[in-house]
Design a protein around this ligand. Structure first.
Ligand SMILES: NC(=O)C1=CN([C@@H]2O[C@H](COP(=O)(O)OP(=O)(O)OC[C@H]3O[C@@H](n4cnc5c(N)ncnc54)[C@H](OP(=O)(O)O)[C@@H]3O)[C@@H](O)[C@H]2O)C=CC1
Ligand SMILES: O=C(O)[C@@H]1CCC=N1
Length: 288
């Protein structure tokens, strides 16, 4: 157990559920110590409470002073409003973890009481089955002890990488969004295989095993991805034909652009949030 700390998820969407599911399955925090709230959707809170044995608490009934760790899991556009509604009651000892794509620790530090400890986190939805690749970047006030605690928390939903804040955008581009690119690839491969007569269920199994095998090769073999690819490619064989089509249709460039654009969008989200905060005239941490 992680020191019996109590945690609350503010936001009860897909990402909060993926993390809750992984944390509960890993049994590192007892479900009674996990709270979740959202803006208005109380039936969603009941569903999470029934499914995972945690506490689904409507926004107005949440006693924030009961918890040690606040996990921000709303959309970035809702962050300012949400933080504005709780910042007067945040206690100095409470650790704030944010999974909001693109939102910097300095921006969050600006919206909460001065000196508050903030850690930016980028998990992915494979948290649900304990297989996330999660990055952590500490804010300016985060202690080593709290960074280590957060690392332990996220290790129960996969592998954790402590990186610098400025590396978060590219990490988001490859790992936060990354699963979606692989699903997109699978969707296209599945469509073609079904068209050729295999059943959808069998194709799903075949493609999952193919992806899993390739992932394990990357993990366990020393060769670079380029060499692993060349090992499959017989001269004038089937793979050579497939790869030629990928090149002809600019598959490599499409992937490069996907990562680049996702990473750029992460940077842009912070800029947009900064602008909207200026327009909302929210007083800064210094003025609280
Ligand atoms: N999905 C993913 O793969 C990943 C997502 N993230 C990040 O996770 C965050 C959540 O994403 P996701 O779960 O997909 O989003 P969802 O849209 O599924 O969920 C958003 C949740 O936030 C709640 N919410 C909105 N405003 C408030 C508020 N003021 N107070 C309390 N709760 C509020 C919503 O409540 P209600 O329904 O009642 O409006 C809803 O439960 C995003 O910031 C995203 O960048 C990070 C990594 C991966
Ligand atoms: O699409 C998004 O913005 C979030 C962040 C990473 C994955 N999903």
């Amino acid at each position: 157990m992680l020191d019996n700390k109590k945690i609350v998820f503010i936001g009860a969407g897909a990402m909060a559920e993926a993390m809750i599911s992984g944390i509960v399955a890993a049994q590192t925090i007892s479900p009674e110590h996990i709270f979740v709230t959202n803006r208005t959707n109380t039936s969603r809170l009941k569903q999470l409470q029934d499914q995972y044995g945690i506490n689904g608490i409507p926004n107005g009934e949440l006693q924030l002073d009961q918890v040690d760790v606040i996990i921000l899991a709303m959309k970035p556009k809702d962050a300012a409003t949400s933080l504005q509604s709780i910042r007067q009651i945040i206690k100095p000892h409470q650790l704030i973890l944010s999974v909001l794509a693109g939102v910097t620790t300095s921006l969050i530090e600006h919206l909460v009481p001065a000196g508050q400890q903030v850690i930016r986190v980028m998990p992915n939805t494979s948290s649900k089955i304990g297989e996330s690749a999660t990055a952590l970047a500490k804010g300016q006030h985060t202690t080593k002890q709290n960074l280590s605690w957060a690392k332990h928390l996220f290790e129960c939903i996969g592998e954790v990488y402590v990186i610098r804040e400025e590396q978060m955008d590219i990490f988001t581009g490859i790992a936060g969004s990354g699963p979606a690119y692989f699903y997109f690839l699978i969707e296209h491969m599945e469509k073609e295989a079904v068209k050729a007569g295999l059943t959808k269920g069998t194709v799903r199994e075949i493609l999952a095993q193919t992806l899993l095998g390739a992932a394990k090769m990357i993990q366990e073999q020393e060769e670079s991805p380029a060499i692993l690819r060349q090992n499959i490619t017989s001269p004038n064989g089937t793979t050579a034909a497939g790869l030629l089509a990928l090149r002809e249709y600019c598959g490599g460039e499409a992937i490069t652009q996907a990562v680049h654009q996702a990473s750029n969008r992460s940077k842009e989200i912070s800029r947009q949030l900064e602008n909207s905060i200026q327009n909302m005239n929210i007083p800064t941490a210094i003025e609280i």
